[in-house]
Design a protein around this ligand. Structure first.
Ligand code: MLT
Length: 212
């Protein structure tokens, strides 16, 4: 494991145990940090390279990826700016660590899934695939532009009883991605704002198909 602070974001990078696989870009939820999703990455893709930055927005001491006005109401201009900043980091890390750009897979939970979704919609080509858990439509009432996401695979895990990210938000995001030709698997589960084991198991299998 190495830790480098000079690529714009505090982060950790775990090289692949075996070369040639995907690199998971792990994007944590509100209040977590760059260490939080390492175990999830290892579960989803054992032996894969892991790149895990820390969100730079500080909300009363909680790390986030973009500002919000209150729960569920995002500062969409900040979403757009911060997504661009994240892309700059991912590109810099790709060079610094010798990552294959074609193998970059975003894995995000909650606020991290939201910045990943924004990056898919705003910067097509940065991620070839994404696993999004408890994700909302990140641009809210703004219609994303008509980018071409054909060839981009997206797994979404969404709780029908999620009180923070409503299932309608997840369905709207899935629809926005599909309208732009992404290959989306939306896995709805009966739970809330969580990562149920059965959903993670499906995501692991999905990722195996993606990497194959
Ligand atoms: C967000 O702010 O991105 C979502 O409401 C999820 C959260 O971080 O609480």
């Amino acid at each position: 494991m190495s830790t480098v602070a000079d690529l714009g974001f505090e982060h950790v990078f775990h090289p692949a145990a075996t070369p040639g696989g995907p690199t998971l870009v792990l994007l944590h939820g509100t209040g977590a940090d760059e260490h939080d999703l390492i175990g999830l990455g290892q579960l989803l893709a054992p032996g894969a390279a892991l790149l895990s930055p820390r969100g730079k927005v500080n909300e009363h001491g909680a790390n986030r990826w973009f500002r919000r006005l209150r729960e569920g109401v995002f500062d969409v201009d900040d979403v757009i700016d911060r997504s661009g900043e994240l892309v700059e980091f991912v590109e810099a890390a790709t060079v610094a660590y010798g990552i294959d750009p074609a193998g970059r897979v975003a894995v995000g939970f909650s606020n991290g899934a939201n910045i990943a979704a924004a990056t898919l919609l705003l910067h097509p080509g940065v991620f070839g695939a994404a696993a999004l858990f408890a994700a909302a439509a990140p641009l809210q009432d703004r219609e994303p532009r008509q980018v071409d996401l054909s060839g981009t695979r997206v797994f979404m895990g969404a709780g029908v009883a999620d009180p923070i990210t409503t299932i309608d938000q997840a369905r709207l995001l899935a629809e926005q991605l599909r309208q732009r030709s992404a290959d989306v698997r939306l896995r709805e589960h009966p739970g809330g704002h969580a990562l149920p084991a059965a959903v993670l198991d499906e995501a692991r299998q999905w990722l195996g198909e993606t990497a194959a």
